[in-house]
Design a protein around this ligand. Structure first.
Ligand SMILES: [Zn+2]
Length: 1070
């Protein structure tokens, strides 16, 4: 509909309004009094005087009134409901006619326009003004371009911007052709305002455009009118001048909004990997992406996004469980009672017969495993405080097999056979004859042979003959590498890794090993501070993206890697690869010479959950900054905007003795892009926006092989080979260790269950009794495969638990640890971020896990049920996770009272009694673990979390201390790691966590458990004495609990590190 020639829109005249609302004036509310002086200009509008005003106005207008209104309108801030009041008083039309009459009188006109602007801040008033021709009037004032009466022009533009907030006004403005007019006018101002004196006018015009392009019709017309080109070109002149930031920001917002929406460049968003589920469970059909799904729906580009970070970030109070009966109920068993009997087998510690211990201990050594790294599990240094002096008597212990320097050739290693056997057993169990005894090869190493020879054979450096193709055979390479690489990586063995990796079952049936997982990672000597965000980095990236559309000259747009088309290869570009354990990269598109768009693969049997990436890149040039854009991120925000970097591993660096995953990348930015999913892909909901993670990297070497990942990778094979090393290197006289298979996963990988405690002191009845009656602690990790940080924390826990550290020794005497170190092996193997092969989030299945679809959850829960049924409910339950939106490390627990209080419910404390013991462990960790922050902990029970491990273990098993431990992917803004240790950058924001800090967190968690035990459980004098001895506090041990005021008096104890002070001090804080 166009009104331009039809005499304008239907007019609502003053007389019609008045006749409709006769007598309505008296009911209008008086304007809010805003102080004695301020009240006077508005007084004429108070009830009772309105008729007089109308009379005055009808007689030609009153200067005084206009002045009063103008003053009121200019008052900052104007009363929020001013416009509404004016409309109620039916004065909008009056003001409009005043403006019309004053078109020649610029001072009066300006005053009218100010009033108009404020009136238009009410959308209803603005809409009425629009209907009555306000925009036509304003357009007459602002066009054509002229520098005369700038004040009036500015007032008109601002009033127009206010009017265009109304969608119907915007629609009308587009129909009349004002969008093109505004663009032309903006260009005129831009070209003529060389000294930047009229920035407010230019910005005002941009705000008009910004409001108009909120509607679909506006965006379409903007594109048809070359709006993208006009704004993109003009903004180039503004980038270097900081005063013009308001202009650049607004232009960037408009360009982003109007960039034509597209589906991801994929045939389907569904994962490239699919898995047919057992039974009759059907997976959803793939969702095809059709071009015409786009730009059809959604009138408005809403900037609101769903927070789909399910990692317990939800803080809305309405999600809290407020049903007291539900909170206090104890659900019935989800399976027949008889089914629990089977878990007796995975509690061998309860029936262990130590009388035949000689036999057992010899069995421990019969496997004659090689000790490639030959690393004796030392006292976990991370727990030791430098001021703590240990007495010799505590640290001295018998010879340990780990100390012998075992160097057995690879071929004699029998574990590999054992592992193969296990795989075959698993196969026959499933009646599925899959002969998967494949041999894995290492991804080819850097091409440059000269360099390789230099590394390993210095004398023949001068006489190098290139073999045809320039590559060495991988097997020779590996053999030579291993010869060179003799056990200097703590807790890692390449041979163990290969052996384990060969047994892994994956959907893509991996043929290659990623070098970092095979070779190992050593934490670098220094932690890296969080990245300082460069000014304007995001807008630079966005403008660069828009440039693809405006200046497509240098756009290549060539797919160079595609998981669905493995044969793809292209010259003169980077080479990508991701088909290895935990690998995730689906597609790479070379956008420009040194810029690549990357697409992550969805979780198996799913069309979402993109966050984790891990891929190989090679054939890079030296000293060239490469830009990468990961274009299908889903979360609305990311720590990448707050100092987090991704990690990189360089093969050349590793071979030169620096095998590190390092935090890398600069110009990092995370922002919403123009890709949208179709409604079907978003689960039938509104179509979903995607986000880009953009970063730049300059690689350290030419023709290197580098690996990039979201976070420090930790594969299933890494875990399995780590367990092999731990088992082999523990002291069997002291450490009771059993590794069993809890169950097979859907994908046919064993899910290990560990039991760790101390061997009984002797075979005397009392000691055996003590052994059998130790309370349980239940730990698990990595239910979410993308949360590799959880595995590093678990690694720290495990290494500490089996270590010879006297604190660990004491801790083992206090507890029996049941540990499931990786609850979702299939997800980890196949590079998922969140789900298992069933496409389900396993941490939402705890209420009613299916034995078929969620076996690891089903059996872990079964084991917990079993322990409860025999009266051995664990004292502490903790599930290790990673958190992508927050910094530091913290716990989520469960409390009825805190939940009800938070929800604002009345709590009858007489009826609800609750042990506050759930707060003790986090309080201890706040003192002993540097990255841990008590203030970030929460003990609320949310409805949306009712099926998580934490809530189910608390509610169904009755475990008071049931927790989720969340570790940041980023770093710390609190505590010891708030300040970077690096001397080069003394004043930085804080440290990004490295694997060392994550592992330390795992060991400090153990220390926290010991202190919890000393505080909360009846301890024998012997244990207390030992604990005191460890800290060289023999004198103070007597009457320990009575001396609470002595905290901090002990020499050499800082508040944070003093675990002993912690024991003493926490009681008083309770
Ligand atoms: Zn998680």
């Amino acid at each position: 509909m166009r009104w331009r020639n039809g005499g304008g829109p239907p007019r609502v005249t003053r007389s019609t309004v008045r006749s409709r609302h006769r007598g309505g004036f008296a009911t209008a509310k008086p304007p809010r009094q805003r102080g004695a002086q301020r009240a006077s200009p508005l007084t004429p509008l108070s009830p009772g005087t309105d008729r007089r005003i109308h009379y005055l106005i009808s007689k030609g207008g009153s200067e005084a009134l206009l002045q009063a209104l103008a003053n009121a309108a200019r008052a900052e801030p104007p009363a929020a409901d001013f416009g509404l009041k004016v409309q109620r008083l039916e004065a909008t039309d009056v003001i409009l006619s005043l403006a019309r009459k004053n078109l020649g009188h610029h001072l009066n006109l300006t005053h009218c326009l100010w009033v108009l602007r404020v009136c238009a801040s009410s959308v209803t008033a603005g809409t009425a003004l629009g209907i009555n021709g306000a925009m036509e009037l304003l357009f007459k004032v602002i066009t054509p371009y002229s520098k005369r009466h700038v004040r009036t022009v500015r007032a008109a533009i601002e009033a127009l911007a206010a009017l265009l907030k109304s969608k119907s006004n915007s629609r009308r403005a587009v129909n009349i052709g004002y969008l093109r007019g505004l663009l032309r006018l903006y260009q005129d101002w831009h070209h003529n305002d060389v000294s930047n004196n009229y920035v407010h006018i230019r910005r005002g015009l941009l705000i008009c455009l910004k409001h108009i392009t909120n509607i679909q019709l506006g965006r379409e017309t903007f594109l048809d009118s070359c709006g993208m080109e006009i704004l993109f070109t003009s903004v180039q002149d503004c980038l270097s001048c900081k005063n013009l930031d308001p202009i650049v920001t607004t232009v960037t917002q408009i360009l982003r909004k109007c960039y034509p929406k597209e589906p991801l460049p994929l045939p389907t968003v569904r994962s490239s990997y699919s898995f047919s589920l057992p039974g009759n469970v059907r997976t959803e059909p793939p969702c095809m992406l059709l071009e015409d799904d786009y730009e059809s729906d959604g009138e408005e580009e809403v900037e609101k996004d769903l927070d789909n970070d399910d990692d317990e970030t939800k803080e809305e109070d309405d999600d809290l469980e407020t049903d007291v009966n539900k909170l206090r109920s104890r659900p019935v068993l989800d399976r027949p009672e008889e089914a629990l009997k089977q878990y007796e087998a995975v509690c061998p510690e309860l029936s262990h017969n130590f009388q035949s211990e000689e036999e057992k201990s010899s069995e421990d050594n019969t496997e004659n495993l090689p000790s490639t790294p030959s690393y004796f599990i030392q006292s976990a240094t991370s727990v030791k405080h430098q001021n703590i002096q240990r007495t010799q008597s505590v640290t001295v212990m018998g010879p340990d097999p780990g100390e012998e320097d075992l160097k057995v050739p690879l071929q004699s290693w029998t574990k590999k056979e054992k592992c193969r056997q296990a795989v075959q057993d698993a196969d026959s169990l499933e009646e599925e004859d899959v002969a998967r005894s494949h041999v894995l090869t290492l991804c080819p190493l850097p091409k440059e042979i000269a360099w390789y020879k230099k590394m390993f054979n210095t004398e023949c450096e001068a006489s190098i003959n290139r073999s045809p193709g320039g590559r060495l055979k991988t097997s020779d390479m590996v053999r030579n590498l291993l010869k060179k690489h003799q056990g200097n990586m703590p807790f890692h063995s390449p041979c163990f890794y290969i052996a384990r990796a060969e047994c892994v079952k994956s959907i893509p049936d991996y043929k290659f090993l990623a070098f970092p997982d095979f070779w190992g990672h050593q934490p670098p000597p220094y932690g890296k501070p969080m990245l300082e965000r460069k000014y304007g980095v995001q807008r630079d990236k966005v403008l660069d993206d828009v440039r693809r559309l405006i200046q497509p000259g240098d756009v290549i747009g060539r797919t160079v890697f595609d998981l669905d088309e493995p044969s793809l290869g292209a010259p003169d570009c980077l080479t990508f690869f991701s088909k290895f354990e935990s690998g995730n990269l689906r597609k790479a598109i070379q956008v420009r010479e040194f810029e690549y768009d990357l697409i992550m693969n969805a979780d198996v049997n799913s069309n979402q959950h993109h966050q984790w990436f891990y891929f190989e890149v090679r054939d890079m040039k030296l000293a060239v900054p490469y830009r990468f854009n990961i274009i299908n991120c889903e979360k609305f925000n990311s720590q990448f905007n707050y100092g987090m970097q991704l990690v990189m591993y360089s093969v050349k660096e590793a071979l030169q003795g620096r095998p590190h995953w390092l935090r890398v990348g600069y110009d990092i930015s995370y922002y919403k892009n123009h890709y949208r999913s179709c409604a079907a892909a978003a689960g039938g909901m509104r179509r979903k926006s995607y986000y880009t993670l953009a970063f730049s990297i300059t690689f350290p070497h030419e023709d290197d092989v580098c690996y990039l990942a979201y976070h420090y990778p930790y594969t299933y094979s890494t875990m399995m080979s780590h367990l092999d090393i731990l088992e082999q290197n523990r002291n069997p006289k002291k450490v009771y260790w059993r590794q069993q298979t809890l169950c097979q996963t859907l994908g046919g990988n064993p899910c290990p269950l560990l039991t760790i405690t101390a061997m009984p002191e002797s075979k005397k009845r009392d000691d055996l009794e003590q052994f059998y009656n130790r309370p349980y602690v239940f730990l698990m990790a990595r239910v979410h495969p993308g949360e590799s940080n959880a595995s590093w924390v678990m690694k720290g826990t495990l290494e500490f638990l089996v270590s010879s550290d006297p604190i660990a020794d004491l801790l083992r005497k206090c507890f029996i640890f049941k540990i499931v170190p990786m609850l979702n092996p299939d997800g980890v193997v196949n590079g998922n971020h969140r789900c298992s092969l069933s496409g389900h989030d396993l941490n939402r299945q705890w209420l009613t896990p299916s034995s078929q679809l969620h076996p690891t959850i089903y059996h872990t829960k079964g084991l917990l049920y079993y322990l409860r049924s025999i009266g051995r409910t664990p004292l502490v339950f903790c599930d290790y996770h990673g958190h992508s939106q927050k910094k530091n490390v913290f716990l989520y627990g469960c409390s009825i009272k805190e939940t009800l209080w938070q929800a604002g419910c009345m709590v009858d404390t007489a009826v609800i009694t609750e042990d506050v013991g759930y707060r003790t462990l986090p309080k201890i960790l706040d003192k002993v673990a540097p990255p841990f922050v008590m203030n970030s902990c929460s003990f609320l029970v949310e409805k949306s979390r009712e099926s998580t491990a934490r809530v189910v273990a608390w509610q169904e098993m009755g475990i008071l201390r049931s927790y989720t431990m969340e570790s940041t992917y980023c770093g710390c803004n609190h505590g010891l790691y708030k300040v970077s240790k690096s001397l080069a950058l003394p004043r930085t924001k804080g440290l990004q966590l490295g694997t060392q800090e994550l592992e330390e967190m795992g060991s400090k968690f153990c220390l926290g458990l010991l202190i919890l035990h000393l505080k909360s459980l009846p301890c024998s004098k012997k244990v207390m004495a030992q604990a005191a001895l460890l800290l060289d506090l023999e004198e103070e041990i007597t009457d320990l609990r009575a001396h609470r005021s002595v905290i901090g008096v002990f020499r050499g104890f800082s508040c944070r590190s003093s675990w002993w002070g912690c024991i003493l001090g926490l009681d008083s804080q309770k």
